[in-house]
Design a protein around this ligand. Structure first.
Ligand SMILES: C[S@@+](CC[C@H](N)C(=O)[O-])C[C@H]1O[C@@H](n2cnc3c(N)ncnc32)[C@H](O)[C@@H]1O
Length: 151
């Protein structure tokens, strides 16, 4: 996720959908992105993100299912949140309308039950430009991170 933002799209304007309390924003802070805009359903999480005063990061409470971005972004990240959406492929496609030409969609999903079901839906709807599997050393839990392309 971080490598994707840093290396595939340097100086990116990043939209982080379902950003939680801004973990990704703090990891990206100081990296070669130009801005981070995080949205999340949870007012508590968004307040925590704001309180963290992360350089270049802005936060807003919004539902990914209805959020209409008013800015253009170079990267849209869906980090561990697509299982919460009823129609993830629809929402990705809708939000992708605010991507600049050549912009990237980056998705990270826990490789387990709901996650596998979500991947199967995404596979049917998008092309995968890249995918990596990350395994946590002690728990052996796995996450897949993919860069998707609209068909
Ligand atoms: C597992 S957490 C991941 C948070 C963050 N992306 C991270 O990796 O640290 C899932 C987040 O998705 C948010 N979420 C769930 N449904 C959402 C929706 N419809 N719109 C926006 N955010 C949503 C939750 O509030 C929660 O913060």
């Amino acid at each position: 996720m971080i490598a994707g933002c840093k290396h595939l799209k340097p100086a990116a304007r990043v939209l982080d959908v379902g950003c939680g309390a801004g973990v990704l924003a703090s990891w990206l802070s100081g990296a070669s992105i130009s801005s981070h805009f995080g949205v999340d359903l949870s007012e508590v999480a968004i307040e925590q993100g704001r309180q963290a005063n992360i350089d270049g990061a802005e936060f807003a409470v919004a539902d990914a299912a209805t959020f209409e971005p008013s800015q253009v972004f170079d990267v849209i990240v869906f980090n561990e949140m697509l299982y919460y959406l009823e129609e993830p492929e629809e929402q990705i496609r809708r939000l992708a309308r605010c991507l600049a030409p050549g912009g990237l969609l980056i998705v990270s999903i826990w490789y387990h039950d709901d996650g596998i079901r979500t991947w199967n839906r995404l596979k049917a709807a998008f092309d995968e430009l890249e995918r990596v599997r990350i395994t946590h050393a002690s728990t052996r839990f796995k996450w897949d991170v993919a860069v998707l392309n609209l068909r």
